[in-house]
Design a binder for this molecule. Structure first.
Ligand code: DGJ
Length: 553
């Protein structure tokens, strides 16, 4: 029997039909914004927290002929937002002459497909290089000099010590943002990424004579505040040249400040005409080993220089990690590092293979505002709908369930009500502490959560580590004894803890169903074999949503 049930304790009931109705309309709606409360964040869309279930398309897919395949992928994965590059080289093919037809096409087609967009401004920096500069800039090196390496070698990366280039990029970005203000009163566009994976590969900084002169000057005042200096582990009254203040880190910090200042100016120019949320993405460094700056993209918003980016580029709302690190210890550490009272966690790129899907739950548990696997479309391979569905199945499984409850999830994340477990590579049991209760997830490898999973098992024996870790559990605490659980590929046992420790207990009710339009729709009540004995099962290959209440005797 199917019965619609209102979940009385859901804090934020959202009328999704109103949101859906707004898609096609040209009426102005409220500006998307990122808000902060008690050190946590929300992306407000139409005035309410929204979680971006996104997908980023390939770099060369924002062209009209590529879009049918893009929409096929977006539909197959049930995304609510698509991240799409827009190209300075296409938008300003001749200096001062702007062409916004492509941007307009992207917006219109996104509306037709009922999704939001995030635009990625591919301009001075794309993966540390200058390859998206318009030809009229590329062919005039005075407009955009590249970095000179320590030994005088040319480096394929734009110099950030370039006020003229900064002005050209700022003007172009401001023109795009001004156009978007008029072209998008309904705010199909949620956020804008300014540049892409800034910094330099192949040189820690620019050693050209012009850059050297600036490097030998004083560290700018924005970095010499007690807050910034403390976060960089320097004396709060430090001042002087880059080398005097930052010693062995001077080269990297100089590059980070220079890039951040440049990008911050570009963002500020755009924001002055259209104050949408703006962010930058980072090519990460290893989050645990503190590697040498010469081994990663130097000057981008890596975890060690976040305070520099915050101080030098206040027009940016956040700095965001591109996560291509499958290892769960490292991936979770990255999320810890980018979740700060002054920085909302948003994951604008992450691998799209099955193992990465489980990190959606970790993102939500960190209070994150969005998640967007990279390379969702077929990239010109004419793969077709069936291939799209097969390629995107792990994500689609999750997005299909999370999509109709994205507003609830966003509100719970904002309120700090979500905790999560992602299966580790050793498949060991993990326990969530929920105050008066504990929940332990066990994993049985491939097909686990199915019959083979054993409650109470510890790490699987050697050899099992090769089995991909895909299990996951999300728990939203709605009341002392009331929880919403989402999960796949694991099994849960519950134990009384804290004030309930030692008490007799049982499930009061375990309802399985799905959310839609702010309502929990009941599929069945799980009882008997489905709760007793081995615990509560979440099968592989499907995401179940449970509304669970517990009681003590
Ligand atoms: C990270 C970049 O930000 C993307 O634009 C793309 O180049 C991917 N790497 C490719 O893996």
């Amino acid at each position: 029997m199917k019965k619609a049930m209102a979940l009385a304790s859901v804090v934020c009931v959202v009328v999704l039909s109103a949101v859906t109705a707004a898609w096609g309309q040209a009426a102005a709606s409220s500006m998307p914004q990122i808000v902060e409360k008690d050190g946590r964040h929300a992306l407000l869309v139409d005035g309410k927290p929204f979680f971006m279930l996104g997908g980023q398309i390939h770099n060369s897919s924002s062209w009209p002929g590529m879009l049918p395949a893009v929409w096929s992928a977006v539909g197959a994965m049930h995304a609510n937002t698509v991240e799409m590059p827009i190209y300075w080289e296409q938008i300003e093919p001749r200096q001062g002459q702007f062409d916004f037809t492509l941007v307009d096409t992207l917006l219109q087609q996104a509306r037709d497909h009922h999704v939001h967009v995030v635009f990625l401004w591919f301009a001075t920096w794309k993966n540390g290089s200058d390859h998206y500069l318009p030809q009229w800039v590329k062919l005039d090196p005075t407009k955009h000099p590249n970095i000179v390496g320590r030994n005088g070698q040319p480096v394929d990366s734009p110099s950030p010590i370039n006020p003229a280039g900064m002005e050209l990029d700022s003007k172009a970005f401001a023109a795009v943002m001004a156009h978007l203000k008029d072209a998008d009163p309904q705010h199909t566009l949620l956020m804008v990424q300014v540049e892409n994976e800034t910094g330099a590969w192949g040189s820690v900084r620019d050693y050209s004579p012009a850059a050297q002169k600036v490097f030998e000057g004083q560290v700018p005042a924005e970095l010499l505040t007690p807050t910034v200096l403390k976060q960089l582990n320097r004396p709060v009254d430090a001042k002087g040249t880059w080398t005097e203040v930052f010693g062995a880190d001077a080269d990297e910090y100089f590059q980070a400040y220079s890039v951040a200042h440049y990008v911050g100016q570009v963002a500020a120019a755009g924001k002055a005409v259209n104050p949408l949320p703006m962010y930058v993405n980072a090519a990460l460094r290893d989050p645990i080993t503190n590697p040498k700056a010469s081994t990663y993209e130097s000057g981008g918003p890596t975890d060690n220089v976040i305070p520099i980016w915050k101080a030098a580029a206040p027009a940016l709302d956040l700095v965001a990690p591109d996560i291509y690190i499958p290892d769960s210890t490292k991936a979770l550490k990255v999320m810890d590092l980018y979740t700060r009272p002054d920085n909302a966690l948003m994951i604008p790129e992450i691998g799209s293979s099955a193992e990465y899907t489980r990190y959606i739950y970790a993102d939500l548990a960190h209070g994150g505002i969005g998640f967007s696997p990279f390379g969702i479309d077929d990239n010109g391979r004419a793969a077709g709908a069936e291939a799209d569905a097969a390629r995107l199945a792990p994500l689609a499984q999750e997005y299909a369930v999370l999509g109709p409850m994205d507003r609830e999830l966003a509100q719970w994340a904002f309120d700090g009500k979500i905790k999560a477990i992602v299966e580790k590579e050793d498949h060991a049991n993990q326990t969530l502490d929920l105050g008066s209760w504990q929940m332990t997830a066990s994993f049985g490898g491939a097909g686990a959560g199915g019959r083979g999973a054993r409650a109470g098992a510890t790490a699987n024996p050697a050899g099992a580590a090769a089995t991909p870790a895909t299990g996951r559990l999300l728990v939203a605490t709605l009341g002392e004894n009331e929880f919403v659980l989402l999960g796949t590929n694991c099994r849960i046992t519950v134990a009384p803890a804290g004030a309930n420790k030692g008490k007799a207990w049982h499930f009061l009710k375990v309802e399985e169903g799905h959310y839609d339009n702010g309502t929990f729709n009941l599929l069945r009540i799980r009882n008997g074999d489905e709760t007793d004995g081995q615990g509560v099962r979440f099968d592989a290959g499907m995401t179940a949503v449970l509304h669970m209440t517990l009681y003590t005797r």
